[in-house]
Design a protein around this ligand. Structure first.
Ligand SMILES: Cc1cc2nc3c(=O)[nH]c(=O)nc-3n(C[C@H](O)[C@H](O)[C@H](O)COP(=O)(O)O)c2cc1C
Length: 201
């Protein structure tokens, strides 16, 4: 019999992740959906940076970025990524590893359209991860795209989402005397059923 009870209970790891995030939304001072996204470059050199997790789907996690960025090159190159979410206010973390594909269809259009006008124009203006001469050069670029698109900029072709379909999800919660609770959900491929194990802290 499983001793997965309380905050770890349930048969759907995405539902657990959603529930934990909903709790964090009440307790974190800001950006409860911030994730540290890890990738590797062509030489196997790791890289990490924060991005905002925008959706927990039935079988995947979705975030958005610039397709010209370093992370996009690394995501497209390896087709794999990992991320960790840590909520200091809850003393919990969720770790995820899996396969990534681009989300550059209607869902990306819809999300882009939901962003503030300034963010939409900013996406056009920023050549993310490329050298920038000065802050003034960036503001000049913003003025240029504002003149070009006015109040209705379309989603840039170089900006969109990634969908991470996990092969592994680990839920970790702080316990007394450093005896934390850890449960890892693993599957061999996206179609397989999950195997769930409790791990030593
Ligand atoms: C809290 C936080 C949230 C962020 N969210 C995003 C995001 O959703 N998408 C994004 O492209 N960059 C986001 N960034 C900026 C990235 O951390 C990073 O600086 C940028 O994407 C360039 O990374 P790269 O050169 O590895 O591609 C965020 C930064 C912080 C601190």
């Amino acid at each position: 019999m499983s001793d997965r009870t309380g905050i770890f209970a349930g048969d759907d790891p995405f539902a657990i992740a959603r529930a934990w995030l909903a709790e964090a939304e009440k307790t974190e001072p800001n950006d409860p959906n911030a994730i540290a996204l890890a990738t590797v470059d062509a030489d196997g050199m790791p890289n990490a940076r924060m991005v905002l997790l925008k959706e927990i789907e039935d079988d995947a996690f979705v975030f958005y970025t610039n397709y010209g960025s370093a992370k996009a090159r690394e995501l497209d190159g390896s087709g794999k990524a990992a991320f960790v979410m840590h909520w200091k206010s809850l003393r919990r973390q969720v770790r995820v590893r899996g396969l990534v594909t681009r989300e550059d269809g209607p869902k990306a259009d819809e999300y882009f359209a939901s962003r503030s006008l300034k963010s939409r124009l900013g996406a056009w203006a920023s050549h993310q991860s490329q050298p920038l001469a000065s802050r003034a050069a960036l503001m000049a670029e913003v003025a240029k795209v504002t003149a070009r698109f006015g109040t209705n900029p379309p989603r840039p072709p170089f900006w969109g989402g990634y969908r991470l379909t996990p092969l592994e999800i680990e839920f970790w919660a702080d316990g007394a005397f450093r005896l934390h609770d850890r449960f890892v959900w693993r599957r061999a491929d996206p179609g397989s059923t999950w195997d769930v194990r409790r791990l030593n802290p």
